[in-house]
Design a protein around this ligand. Structure first.
Ligand SMILES: Cc1cc2nc3c(=O)[nH]c(=O)nc-3n(C[C@H](O)[C@H](O)[C@H](O)COP(=O)(O)OP(=O)(O)OC[C@H]3O[C@@H](n4cnc5c(N)ncnc54)[C@H](O)[C@@H]3O)c2cc1C
Length: 397
């Protein structure tokens, strides 16, 4: 097996991997990226908050994203039990500087990022599956991978970035992957064409429908396509009948969400119903000697709040800065990445707090019962990901 030397080896060409690789290559690092799938490929997670703008700008992609994808103006909540509704537009947020986000079909969006990485000099190998990370005295030194024809390839690198998403190559092996108690929902989802959309004069809302088994999202994508999914409690998932296929189970789930049935009344399903169980998990550590776990590879919280994609992009941007400095100093030990990891922990804590507010009922009270707008302003800011801007790295300089 030939072994090729690089500065950085990135595993996974989703948003986290592509952004980190692109920025590192632009900074002069010799960078290889291994992606298992041929792009474009389907991926769930299509709501992109306004706070992604600095990352898109850094890659020179803001205009292209604005042109190609659906402009998103915020979230619109409906309680299926009471019929009460509340819009939480981004413009309500405390910072309000960029009131537009995007709804992005991930096949096209992820391909755009990967192409940008390639254009900036990343050696993109796809399809190519990373099989193992090789350690020497506890320090990550290389990667063993396989191409679709079965050939084995090897890479040496000073830093390995695991960006393999929920598969998290290093998560179970060295990073202590574990579920997050109380946030163990399952998502059922599909794409539809022709669903009723909720828009204002600027763009579309991401609809969140609260219903007895959890909550649903409805997210208008370019064309007449919509993404609609139900995030259901474990108790409801256990009520799935023996042998019941996903499609009828999804239909039965929607029976208890009249507002979702209304949205879908004129629509036709485009894709098979898919399910992802055990939505929330964390890793005990996101970094070690010679390696970092980016985006979902290092942990993921329930899709409410819809901030995982933003976390993947911004976390990758910050990882690229930390790795660039570490390479410059000739020291890629774990201590170099402690502040980066602290930043991620703070994000995870904020996401968990918002998810627990939804499942515990506090969010419903804030939306529909609390008089005044201060709480809603804070909520709009939190859902936009405003707190992402807090820069812990400044503390070390
Ligand atoms: C049901 C659901 C709904 C969601 N909705 C939203 C939302 O609306 N908004 C939002 O912000 N977030 C949402 N998220 C979260 C969001 O999808 C993720 O946070 C985001 O995709 C993480 O990006 P990533 O680059 O870390 O991982 P991914 O996007 O998963 O990319 C990982 C890549 O690694 C590749 N890969 C895997 N294993 C290997 C291997 N061994 N070798 C090589 N390549 C490999 C995969 O093919 C993939 O391309 C949702 C998540 C779920 C589960």
């Amino acid at each position: 097996m030939d072994v090729e030397p690089y500065d950085v080896c990135v595993l996974g060409g989703g948003p986290a991997g592509s952004v980190a690789a692109a920025l590192l290559a632009r900074a002069g690092a010799r960078c290889v990226l291994l992606e298992r799938e041929a792009f474009p490929r389907f991926h769930v997670g299509e709501a992109l908050s306004p706070r992604a703008l600095p990352v898109l700008d850094a890659l020179g992609l803001a205009e292209s994203v604005d042109r190609r994808f659906t402009c998103a103006v915020g979230l619109h909540f409906t309680c299926c039990r009471t019929g009460r509704q509340r819009a939480v537009p981004w413009s309500l947020g405390l910072r309000g500087s960029h009131p537009r986000g995007w709804h992005v079909p991930r096949g096209a969006f992820d391909a755009l990022l990967l192409e940008r990485a390639r254009a900036l000099g990343v050696d993109v190998r796809a399809p190519c599956t990373a099989e193992d990370v090789l350690f020497e005295d506890g320090h990550a030194r290389g990667v063993r991978a396989r191409t679709p024809d079965g050939a084995r390839v090897g890479f040496l690198a000073q830093v390995i970035l695991d960006a393999t998403g929920r598969d998290t190559l290093l998560g179970a092996r060295v990073a202590g992957r574990q579920p997050i108690p109380g946030l163990d929902a399952t998502a059922l989802f599909a794409h539809f064409v022709g669903a009723r959309r909720r828009t204002d004069h600027i763009g579309a809302f991401l609809e969140v429908l609260l219903f007895p088994h959890g909550w649903l999202w409805h997210l208008p994508l370019p064309g007449e396509v919509s993404s609609l999914g139900a995030v259901c409690s474990e108790a409801w998932v256990r009520a799935r009948r023996k042998g019941e296929a996903l499609e009828p189970f999804f239909q039965r789930t929607l029976e208890d969400a009249p507002a979702a049935k209304e949205v879908l009344a004129p629509a036709r399903r485009l894709t098979p119903v898919q399910a992802i169980a055990g939505l929330s998990y964390r890793c005990e550590r996101r970094a070690g000697d010679g390696f970092l776990l980016l985006g979902d590879a290092g942990g993921s919280v329930d899709p409410f709040p819809p901030l995982g994609l933003l976390g993947a992009l911004e976390g990758a941007r910050r990882a690229a800065l930390a790795v660039e400095k570490a390479l410059g100093a000739g020291d890629t030990s774990a201590e170099r990445f402690e502040l980066w990891e602290a930043w991620y922990r703070a994000q995870e804590a904020r996401h968990q707090a918002l998810a627990r507010a939804l499942y515990g009922g506090a969010l419903e009270t804030l939306l529909f019962d609390a008089p005044g707008s201060a709480g809603l302003q804070a909520l709009a800011s939190a859902l936009a990901g405003d707190a992402l801007d807090v820069d812990f790295t400044a503390w070390s300089e």
